[in-house]
Design a protein around this ligand. Structure first.
Ligand code: CMP
Length: 143
C-alpha cells in the first residue's frame, strides 16, 4: 500500500487545525498508520529539509519548523502521495485553490499549515526519518 508523510506544522497545531486536517484525510478514505505530537530537534529538521539547504530561506524554515510542536503522520492508500498534495493545495497559500487545506487556512508561504511528501522517494525518506517500523500499524492485523 502506498504511504506518504504528512505533518501539521507549528502554525497548524497552534491554530487547532490537527483535527480538521486528520478529518479531511479520513473522510477521503485514507488510513493513518502512524501519528505523533513532537517538537522537532534541529538536526532532524535540517535532514528533513536538506534539499532546501542552499535556499536563502533555509535558516528561517528550520527555525520555524522547530519553533513549536508539530503533528507528524504516515497516511496510507492508493495514490495517497499525489492526492494528499492536491488536498493540501499549492505551497504558496495565496495561490492555493479554495477547498484545499492551504487555500482554506493559510496566508503565507512560510506558515503554510501542512507539509506533505512530493514524490515516492521523498515519502520513503521522510517516513524513515520520523517513524520507526514499529511506530506504524498494520490494519490487516487488527481485523
Ligand atoms: P514544505 O512543503 O514544508 O516544503 C518546503 C517549505 O519551504 C515549504 O513547504 C514552505 O513552507 C517553505 N518555503 C518555500 N518558499 C519559502 C520562502 N520564500 N520563504 C520561507 N519559506 C518558504
Amino acid at each position: 500500500m502506498e504511504k506518504t508523510f504528512i505533518m501539521v506544522k507549528p502554525d497548524g497545531v497552534q491554530r487547532g487545525l490537527i483535527g480538521e486536517i486528520i478529518s479531511r484525510f479520513e473522510k477521503k478514505g485514507f488510513q493513518m498508520v502512524g501519528g505523533k505530537l513532537m517538537t522537532i530537534p534541529r538536526e532532524l529538521a535540517e535532514q528533513h529539509y536538506t534539499e532546501h539547504k542552499e535556499r536563502p530561506f533555509f535558516g528561517e524554515l528550520v527555525q520555524f519548523i522547530t519553533s513549536g510542536p508539530v503533528f507528524a503522520m504516515v497516511w496510507a492508500g492508493d495514490g495517497v502521495i499525489a492526492t494528499a498534495r492536491q488536498m493540501m493545495g499549492k505551497t504558496k497559500p495565496a495561490d492555493a485553490d479554495p477547498g484545499t487545506i492551504r487555500g482554506d487556512f493559510g496566508i503565507t508561504v512560510g506558515k503554510n499549515i501542512v507539509h506533505g511528501s512530493d514524490s515516492p522517494e521523498s515519502a520513503e525518506r521522510e517516513i524513515a526519518l520520523f517513524f520507526k517500523d514499529e511506530e506504524q500499524v498494520d490494519y490487516k492485523k487488527l481485523v
